[in-house]
Design a protein around this ligand. Structure first.
Ligand code: FES
Ligand code: FES
Length: 167
């Protein structure tokens, strides 16, 4: 098994490390970079717990090798906060009981953030389809849907109030 030098930018910080050719990106993020917010469940691309954002798209970290991330820009759940403050999506997960043990939460947040950026006004059915690739053993999923819908509503309210101020 070979060793390779990689340079990966995670949440704006550059990590230069030598890794085994078969090291998974999730292991690199957690064990080498110490960013343990990204979780590892199935390691087969099924549960979604390991989801991170790679170059602007939500991806399964367990389906990539660290060497494939060489030169790439990655965002993990630690990079979601804005100036140390939780995003509206994160706050709504707390308020709407969108998490219990939290094992699945980082992955769902990363998928949702990416999805809402590209699809700002999805229906409930579309929201459910979006995170159907994520397994949660605790919440029954209803709180997660409510949290996402509340985030969409808050964004709409903020846009309409800034539009009316600009009139
Ligand atoms: S750990 Fe990657 S999808 Fe389950
Ligand atoms: S909150 Fe426990 S697995 Fe989802």
């Amino acid at each position: 098994m070979g060793r390779h030098q990689v340079e990966v930018t995670i949440n704006g910080k550059v990590y230069q490390e030598e890794v085994d050719s078969r090291m998974l990106l999730t292991d690199f993020i957690r064990d080498v970079c110490g960013l343990t917010g990204t979780h590892v469940g199935c390691e087969h691309g099924v549960c979604g717990a390991c989801t991170v954002n790679v170059n602007g798209a939500a991806m399964r970290g367990c389906l990539m090798f660290a060497v494939q991330a060489d030169g790439q820009e990655i965002k993990t759940v630690e990079g979601l906060t804005e100036n140390g403050k939780l995003t509206d999506l994160q706050k709504n997960f707390i308020e709407c009981h969108g998490l219990q043990c939290g094992f699945c939460t980082a992955g769902i947040l990363m998928s949702t953030e990416d999805y809402l950026e590209k699809n700002p006004n999805p229906s409930t059915k579309e929201i459910k389809e979006m995170f159907s690739g994520h397994l949660c053993r605790c919440t029954g999923y209803e709180g997660i849907v409510k949290a996402i819908e509340k985030t969409i509503e808050n964004k709409k309210t903020a846009i309409s109030s800034s539009n009316s101020k600009g009139e």
